[in-house]
Ligand binder design. Structure first.
Ligand SMILES: NC(=O)c1ccc[n+]([C@@H]2O[C@H](COP(=O)([O-])OP(=O)(O)OC[C@H]3O[C@@H](n4cnc5c(N)ncnc54)[C@H](OP(=O)(O)O)[C@@H]3O)[C@@H](O)[C@H]2O)c1
Length: 340
């Protein structure tokens, strides 16, 4: 067993887009578990948009990182040493290890994975936190009905791809928004959405309107910014908008995008009696997590549900891959292979 642990820490707070110098790769000793603890070896690290928010200093729903802290993150990890009665060496779990090769755990928040049931990486994507976000937001807030139109952006990613597929399974029409021809083809042909629109096209708002002639009944918000502006006039009376994320705004509002969307948004909320509700996936965990694992797990096993992963090799490449995700360079659930 190696005696060295590598980890990525926050070196500086980004101003706007993160840069490689905002991260630092460090080498430390592998920690030793005491009674009741486990030593975990990370196989796969999940990179997720929310991590950008943790790099800022400021109040949010989660505590910000301090300079020098290990970057936050969930991983698939193997138990190397167990001094814990409920785990044995060799078991594979999901754990909040952060961006590192080895971590200690007292068992809190671990979830055992069955490698025979599904590839373990799905525990970070379609059968993990992003998948549950899609499931919970649609189930609890969006509530698509047969024949309705459901629109979602970042449609080739882990949240968006499942939103559209679940909407179709509920009998609704799924319209995806994605960046570029390759992602659009994947959303239409592989994920089997009813329609897809490229948000990079100059006439994107007109194309979206043409594809949503009956209006939009559920808009699952992943992006915000210019996409919200194009969606807003198309919302039908009583439309539901589960607000999961605003990735277009995570690096700050770019120059030239200084539009104040608030007055138009408020006017539409009132005149169309919209329901707009923000949520964090864990709000619905007690109520819906078991249903999610059962339904989406069965959907995967029967190939009713499809997913795509974008796997990058090496912990040292995590910062570059993360920066790329915030610019749309990932194609599918972004995962770093650490030792897997
Ligand atoms: N509320 C919650 O509990 C919760 C949980 C998980 C995720 N989320 C949120 O859900 C959203 C999707 O997350 P995910 O994990 O599925 O990641 P993801 O789809 O892999 O997110 C990255 C994608 O977002 C799109 N994107 C980035 N910047 C954009 C921009 N300026 N305009 C339009 N699209 C842009 C890009 O796709 P294109 O190239 O196709 O544009 C990019 O590939 C994020 O906002 C995330 O924060 C929320």
């Amino acid at each position: 067993m190696t005696t060295r642990c590598r980890q990525v820490v926050l070196a500086a707070r980004p101003k706007g887009k993160p840069e490689l110098t905002d991260f630092r790769l460090e080498d430390t000793a592998v920690p030793t578990p005491v009674g009741g603890q486990l030593l975990l070896e990370v196989q796969y690290l999940s990179l997720d948009p929310y991590m950008r928010g943790r790099m800022n200093d400021g109040k949010s729903y989660a505590t910000p990182l301090q300079i020098g802290d290990v970057m936050t993150g969930e991983a698939v990890a193997q138990v190397l040493i167990s001094n814990h009665s409920q785990y044995v060496k060799g078991e594979v779990v999901t754990a909040h290890t952060g961006w590192r090769t080895h971590a200690l755990s007292d068992g809190t928040g671990l979830r055992k994975l069955d490698p025979a049931a599904a590839p373990v990486t799905t525990g970070l994507g379609v059968l993990g936190m992003p998948g549950f976000t899609a499931y919970a937001g649609l189930r609890a807030i969006g509530k698509p009905q047969p024949g309705e139109t459901v629109v979602v952006a970042a449609a080739s990613g882990p949240v968006g791809s499942l939103v559209g597929q679940l909407a179709r399974l509920a009998g609704a029409r799924a319209v995806g928004i994605a960046g570029g021809a390759k992602k659009c083809a994947f959303v239409k042909d592989e994920l089997r959405f009813d329609a897809v629109v490229d948000h990079r096209a100059a006439d994107f708002p007109a194309r979206l309107a043409a594809i949503c002639r009956q209006g939009i009944d559920v808009y699952f918000e992943n992006v915000g910014g210019a996409i919200w502006e194009a969606v807003l006039p198309l919302l039908n009376d009583f439309a539901r908008v589960p607000v999961a994320g605003l990735i277009a705004q995570y690096n700050g509002v770019p120059p030239g995008d200084g539009t104040d969307r608030l007055p138009a948004t408020m006017r539409q909320i009132l005149s169309k009696r919209l329901t707009i509700r923000g949520f964090i996936y864990y709000d619905f965990a007690a109520e819906l997590y078991a249903d999610f694992l059962r339904e989406v797990g069965a959907g995967l096993a029967a190939s009713r549900i499809r997913y795509r992963e974008d796997i990058v090799d090496g912990l040292e490449n995590a910062p570059g891959a993360f920066i790329g995700m915030l610019e749309g360079r990932n194609f599918g659930k972004l995962i770093v292979r650490v030792t897997g």
